[in-house]
Design a protein around this ligand. Structure first.
Ligand code: PLP
Length: 447
């Protein structure tokens, strides 16, 4: 009864993010009521394995009392303190310093946002300011990658290169450019990894030359493209692309909103790529979804240039809730959990997940298995030889998602017929095995 009235109220009043307004009205909302570990419970009392950690964010898993306590303590003592006008609170200062200590290279300066989208948006503003400070305001062109996702603010949605975030919104702008994705499975240059790297390097150089090297401000890349379908680049791809940016003096931004905080194994994916980006964005696992927060990491030279340019003036960027003390307290506690065993568990669970997904490779519908750590995907096809995508009639985004749900599994089901996995790092063997078994059942039903 409760569910029915909630569904009706939702239909009437709640505008959902990234949802089909009409489709949503027809299907009705699915309400979750509680969660523990890697399991969520819906309003009908059904328990499901959360194979997607909410929205690839609840990396630590659900129900950590110590996180709840940390938030409650902070709320009791000081629920809010602005960071404006040189004011502050202890928790964000401590979190910034803990993160700086662990981040690659000299990414020592941290600006806290409310999530990933505004972290990305903030980098655009900081980068513009950086080039103004350097006396090169004409460096105002930005390059990203097809199939990339960098959030949905007005500026960030243009760096995002997925049509659903552009059509009807008037983005991208003419200062936002893209190169092709590395997408190994469907790469027009074939599957040889070095050939793909060479082609991307050539394309980026040509793009920079076409824009005019003195005009290019920055290049954005996710270490693994998430919302584009979990596209893992060839080994060495990022390093090669970063070298091109360095050669042209273009700032390199690693968007680690999904990949940071143990999702691919280490705390930051840039670490395993052996790169130090000029700026890095994170969110999601930073607070593991217990409170909203994102972070922009800046290398010393970026921070110093902006500081030098501003002099005594305030750098006019920030929000009321930047560096929120409650979110920061959550972030500090979550970091303890990662280092107290969750990263380790995530690495083991990730190996089990990848092995399990590879065991599905001989299924007639599985065209590609890819991933790293606790970030993975199956790409489904009807003809493996020809890599024929599932027909639209299968409605992968909704019908396959529904079937998985019926089997007690939450996955991300992409419209092009890709199942995405990003379970919490706390997964037990039984959770991972459950994800694999339930996926197999859904595939068998889809044949
Ligand atoms: N950047 C990347 C790589 C993301 O995957 C996302 C969200 O999925 C964002 C930015 C936007 O983050 P948020 O949804 O927290 O605004």
């Amino acid at each position: 009864m409760l569910t029915n009235s909630l569904v009706e109220l939702d239909r009437r009043h709640l505008v959902h993010p990234v949802s089909s307004f009409r489709g949503h009205e027809e299907r009705g909302v699915r309400v979750l009521t509680s969660a523990k570990g890697a399991r969520v419970t819906d309003a009908e009392g059904r328990e499901l394995i959360d194979g997607f950690a909410g929205l690839w964010c609840v990396n630590a898993g659900y129900g950590h009392e110590s996180v709840v306590e940390a938030a409650a303590k902070q709320m009791r003592e000081l629920p809010y303190a602005t960071g404006y006008f040189d004011l502050g609170a202890e928790a964000p200062i401590r979190l910034a310093s803990e993160l700086a200590e662990r981040s690659p290279g000299d990414l020592n300066h941290i600006y806290f946002s409310l999530g990933g989208s505004d972290a990305v948006d903030s980098t655009i503003r900081f980068i513009r300011y950086y080039w103004h400070s350097k006396g090169q305001p004409e460096r105002d062109q930005f390059i990203s990658i097809h199939s990339g996702y960098h959030g949905s603010t007005t500026m960030g949605a243009g760096l995002t290169a997925l049509p659903g975030f552009h059509d009807g919104f008037g983005v991208p702008y003419d200062w936002q450019h893209r190169i092709s994705s590395h997408y190994i499975y469907r790469n027009p240059h074939g599957q040889d990894e070095q050939t793909i790297i060479d082609a991307s390097v050539a394309e980026l150089k040509a793009k920079i030359e076409a824009i005019g090297p003195e005009r290019v401000a920055a290049f954005y890349a996710e270490p693994i493209q998430g919302s584009g379908g979990v596209l893992v680049p060839p080994k060495g791809w990022i390093k090669a692309i970063k070298a091109v940016c360095e050669a042209y003096g273009v700032l390199f931004v690693a968007d680690e909103v999904i990949t940071a905080f143990g999702r691919t194994g280490p705390l930051f994916a840039s670490e395993e790529e052996g790169i130090v980006p000029d700026l890095m964005t994170t969110a999601k696992g930073l607070t593991s979804g217990y409170a909203p927060m994102g972070a922009v990491f800046m290398r010393n030279h970026v921070y110093e240039t902006i500081a030098e340019g501003a002099g005594a003036k305030a750098v006019g960027h920030g929000f009321t809730y930047s560096a929120h003390p409650v979110s920061a307290a959550v972030g500090l506690e979550v970091l303890k959990l990662y280092e107290g065993g969750l990263l380790e568990n995530g690495r083991k669970a990730g190996a089990r997940l990848m092995a399990g997904l590879h065991s599905l490779a001989d299924h007639p519908l599985v065209g590609d298995v890819r991933g790293r750590g606790m970030l993975a995907a199956l790409e489904l096809v009807t003809d493996k030889e020809k890599k024929t995508p599932l027909p639209a009639s299968v409605q992968p985004a909704t019908r396959l998602f529904d079937r998985a749900w019926e089997q007690g599994l939450v996955v991300r089901s992409f419209p092009q017929g890709i199942f995405g996995y990003a379970p919490p790092l706390c997964c037990t063997d039984a959770d991972i095995d459950g994800i694999i078994e339930r996926t197999r059942t859904v595939l068998d039903q889809t044949l």
